[in-house]
Design a protein around this ligand. Structure first.
Ligand code: NAP
Length: 268
């Protein structure tokens, strides 16, 4: 089995300075890809992750951009393309929550979440697709001209009271990804999503930090454990490889069974 199925490919992971994005960047590096570690506010952590990824013999660099800002996204892609010439894999991961009961939800909280979680995916996917279309398929690199992977969430399908802005953004990611997959298929650009369940990262610390919170979270996970960024990293690395070449326009749930309606396990 080829342990470096992404050898020679160049990837960009948004929001790779923490949690799932960090896990994905490390997994892509381990699979042989050169990796851009995008960050918003943590240059020191991003620089450390870059150094660690480089120890597996691939290239890596940290690039700042707020993915909700068009000029910053364009500048980030220009920097990557002038350094490495091409992008083969985009992982749209950057995301955040601004939670509030619906009647107290401010327009700023709504716009911030939609701006990063959905508009950010649009801006980065557009920049990546332009470059992938220009270059086309190079069979010596991959069977596809490029791969775009969106990090969605189980809240693409599970409604989430108190988090209406977040759930709406992830529902939007579902249709964004599928429509894009339909449009970019003739260019041989594969577009898919990975939808994580509960993964232990800073975004949801309150849900696993105390034993009581962890017990209540585990009731929602049939498989009986909280996920790790490495669980998502491995799934993304495989989905980006030619082993997954016929998978297109799909959301793959990596969630320990969270989307199985666990309340129904003991009768309805
Ligand atoms: P996290 O640990 O809080 O990391 C979020 C990352 O996004 C950080 O690297 C952060 O950069 C970056 N970011 C935030 N705003 C940004 C912006 N405007 N531009 C660029 N980057 C920005 O969260 P996580 O749990 O890893 O979440 C990553 C993705 O997975 C999100 O899309 C989230 O919705 C999704 N997800 C997570 C879970 C879970 O259980 N953890 C479940 C389902 C889906 P800085 O740190 O540099 O500011």
């Amino acid at each position: 089995m080829d342990h470096q199925p992404l050898r020679g490919q160049r990837a960009l992971v948004t929001g790779a300075s923490s949690g799932i994005g960090e896990g994905v960047a490390r997994a892509l590096g381990a699979a042989g890809a050169s990796v851009v570690v995008n960050f918003a506010s943590k240059p020191d952590i991003a620089a450390k992750i870059v150094e660690e990824i480089k120890t597996s013999g691939v290239d890596a660099m940290a690039l700042h951009a707020d993915v909700s800002k068009e000029a910053e996204v364009e500048a980030m892609f220009s920097a990557m393309l002038s350094a490495w010439g091409q992008i083969d894999i985009l992982v749209n991961n950057a995301g955040l929550q601004r939670d509030a009961p619906f009647v107290e939800l401010t327009l700023e909280q709504w716009n911030t979440v939609l701006g990063v979680n959905l508009t950010g995916m649009f801006l980065c996917a557009r920049a990546a697709a332009r470059s992938m279309i220009r270059r086309g398929v190079r069979p010596e690199i991959s069977r596809a001209a490029g791969k775009i992977i969106c990090i969605s969430s189980v809240h693409e399908v599970i409604p989430w009271a108190g988090h209406v802005n977040y759930a709406a953004s992830k529902g939007g990611v579902g249709m964004f990804m599928k429509s894009l997959a339909q449009e970019l298929a003739p260019h041989r650009i594969r577009v898919n999503s990975i939808a994580p369940g509960a993964i232990m990262t800073p975004i949801n610390r309150a849900a696993w930090e105390t034993p009581e919170a962890l017990r209540s979270l585990l009731r929602l996970i049939p498989y009986g454990r909280v996920g790790t960024p490495a669980d998502i990293g491995r799934a993304v690395a495989w989905l980006a490889s030619d082993d997954a070449d016929y998978i297109h326009g799909q959301t793959i749930y990596v969630d320990g069974g969270m989307t199985l309606y666990p309340e129904f396990a003991k009768g309805g």
